[in-house]
Design a protein around this ligand. Structure first.
Ligand SMILES: Nc1ncnc2c1ncn2[C@@H]1O[C@H](COP(=O)(O)OP(=O)(O)OP(=O)(O)O)[C@@H](O)[C@H]1O
Ligand SMILES: [Mg+2]
Length: 370
């Protein structure tokens, strides 16, 4: 945990459905510093993409994940053994609640009670956490506090504990990937924003307002769907389709035009989901939230999403930001997690490309330092 200078460092570990990414972050007197980074991809998923039964529930097996992690840590010569890791958003239940103002000590008890209404599992089988996200005066002038309730099945937590134990690492904290993304891509910016994380197997849409996560949803339309569309449309194998996608993106002209006609319907499906999340948030943000019904009481208070931040490996698709912006009608940028860390000048030429796949791991790695 401590190197010879007494400096503390952490490993940020993002176990995706198809790859593992690791960063090592060191505390400094200024910004946290990225010491090293790396990833390993499980190519098996490319072949298995054809199998329609495999959805985002497909996870790298524990043993394999531990084996990959050991290899990565060794190759990267990481000094720290202390890990902050992410839980995929699709394994967690994330709900925004409004409760009367009460002391922090009482909130946990209230949450334990509330959680029963929102999750399909017995409370003894989940671990819950909550974060304050705002305050509001209701129509009767009563002060209410808004909290985001996060529940994760214990089975999922045990799985992660097992992976890190097998890999000889100390799991210090586990957090839902959307929270790591907020830290890496938003920090304290209050602008109402949709973060769209386009992964290999699923796309995660997080709505952030005043710097807080407010809503989270997912779709199975993802980077893998685009690859699949190219493979079946051109009748080529998945690996070749993956290469073509990375090479050509959606800005193809002439002969390459055909490629974007295959992929764009899937990109449009992702955009439709983002629009839906945006509309829902805007509709409900001026409302009273009581879990079962939402009654609009003050439409003037409703907040409008102002921008989209794209992240995840799928955000490296050439031309995606321009297309997204045009279709959704909001400023769209590719997130830059490197703005939160110092890094070696040698990697400056490639940080643009590294940013999307490493956003979650960087957000995890800086957790204890910001
Ligand atoms: N240059 C590129 N152009 C287009 N797509 C790309 C590019 N680079 C990576 N991708 C896509 O990004 C996806 C992988 O993204 P990422 O590494 O964020 O996934 P993951 O975290 O392992 O998956 P998930 O989040 O679904 O568990 C793949 O579908 C891959 O094809
Ligand atoms: Mg991911």
């Amino acid at each position: 945990m401590f190197n010879i200078f007494g400096t503390k460092s952490y490993l940020g570990v993002d176990i995706g459905t198809t790859s593992i990414k690791v960063v090592e972050i060191i505390k400094t007197s200024t910004k946290p510093k990225l010491k090293t980074y790396g990833f390993l991809e499980s190519y098996g998923h490319l072949e298995r993409l054809n199998d329609a039964l495999q959805t985002s529930s497909l996870k790298i097996m524990d043993q394999e994940a531990a084996k990959f992690l050991k290899i990565l840590i060794k190759q990267l010569k990481c000094k720290s053994r202390d890990v902050v890791a992410s839980i995929p958003a699709f394994s967690a239940f994330i709900t925004l609640l409004e409760i009367p103002e009460m002391p922090v000590s009482e909130i946990m008890e209230t949450m334990k009670y509330q959680v029963r209404q929102y999750i399909p599992l017995p409370t003894s089988e989940v671990t819950i956490d909550w974060l304050p996200v705002g305050k509001r005066q209701d129509e009767k002038g009563v002060n209410k506090q808004q909290v985001i309730l996060i529940s994760v099945p214990n089975e999922q937590i045990r799985k992660y504990q097992n992976i890190f134990k097998l890999a000889g690492l100390n799991l210090r904290a586990l957090e839902v990937e959307s929270l790591a993304l907020v830290r890496a891509l938003i920090a304290n910016d209050p602008t109402p924003t949709a973060i769209v994380d386009i992964g290999a197997r699923s796309t995660n849409i997080a709505i952030i307002d005043k710097g807080y996560l407010r809503h989270n949803s997912q779709t199975d339309f993802s980077g893998g769907s685009l690859t699949q569309a190219i493979a079946s449309g051109l009748n080529i194998n998945i690996r070749r389709a993956e290469e073509l996608k990375k090479q050509k993106g959606i800005i193809g002209v002439g002969g390459d035009y055909e490629l974007s006609t295959l992929t764009i319907p899937f990109l449009d499906a992702i955009i439709t989901e983002v629009k839906r999340a945006k509309d829902n948030y805007e509709k409900n943000s001026g409302s009273k939230i009581d879990g079962s019904t939402s009654l609009t009481i003050n439409p003037e208070q409703s907040r409008r999403i102002e921008r989209v931040i794209l992240t995840g490996g799928g955000a490296n698709l050439l031309g995606i930001d321009t297309y997204f912006e045009k279709q959704i009608g909001l400023t769209t940028v590719i997130g830059d997690p490197f703005s939160q860390v110092d890094y070696s000048p040698e990697i400056k030429p490639i940080i643009k490309e590294l940013g999307p796949p490493f956003a979650v791991s960087i957000g995890l790695g800086i957790r204890e330092f910001v």
